[in-house]
Design a protein around this ligand. Sequence first.
Ligand code: GLA
Length: 378
Amino acid sequence: MKDQLISAFQARYDADPTIIIRAPGRVNIIGEHTDYNDGFVLPMAINRAVWIALRPRKDATVTIYSVNYDSEDSFDLNNIEHTDAGWIEYAKGMSWALLEAGYSLSGWEGVLAGDVPGGAGLSSSAALEMAIGRAFEAVAGETWDGTKLALLGQTTENDWMGANTGIMDQMISANGQQDHALFIDCRSLDAELVPLPAGSCIVVMDTSTRHSHVDGEYNERRAQCEAAAAAFEVKALRDVSVADFNAKSAILEALTRQRARHVVTENERTLAAANAMKAGDVATLGKLMNASHVSMRDDFEISSTALDKMVEIAQAQPNCYGARMTGGGFAGCAVALVDVDAAESFVAAVAPAYEAATGLTPALYVCDATDGARAVDA
Ligand code: GLA
């Protein structure tokens, strides 16, 4: 990816780039739709990323050529205007959020490329936001805090793109670390690195399905969670324990109760999963992932036929400790925890079985946990 990017830069500018940025996508191991409920998440940054090769400019113009879209766009930092939605809007939105927060930015030009599939639940947009943030940081020759950049990425999603998403994706893309998952408290934003259990690996399983109306479903789930928190008279569902929920859930109407039960139990599972990871207890971690899938499928209702089928096939494999859908839901990817020595045979068995069952060709990636967004050596 990096070599392809550098060649594209050289072809365009007849010079070498002076700065190269890599910002990873992520897979969430457990803790789904908990971030905007002030709860807990356990994602890891993966070896699929957004890359930018660039050089500073002397003016306030940002010009970016996207290899993936074969298109160039540019904007003026003194006058950032919202136009049609598209990849450049994430760059504009992040620039706007940084400026609003008081960062001083100067222009650059470069080439953008990535291998995080879009709309698959692997956070290609958060990766792009963090890549843009780190590009400006490198041009400024300064060191900026990852969590602050993550919050500005969320501002970009919420206020520039109009997607009411939480903080998980940007936090992990900014702050991930090699060989570790990140246990994040989405209220305090305290984050703790947790090593991946020895002997296991994470396999991302892309169903090759995409959903086009995710925003509406996402915002509806969010509103249902807020309604449940209001009924419990707490700030967020984070403040409701499973015991509290069981004692008082009759105050909620049936659908809201179902949605809240997912979040309340998922928070408890995510805490337990972080402890299981610290103890190297893959069997418990896998069981928690399986339970998470059931909760998302039946209570939060964000799975799909394709995701359920992928998860069912994965769970049936020997040496698979657990599997669940991951990310916002409705389509995209599932994630499995697999014995590292069985990774290849797992992929070789799951892919054809899924294709035979659905007629869809999946993509399976055995993932490494990688570092968060940063400038890398050219
Ligand atoms: C999307 C959002 C995140 C989070 C997940 C669900 O990825 O961007 O903030 O809410 O869905 O866990």
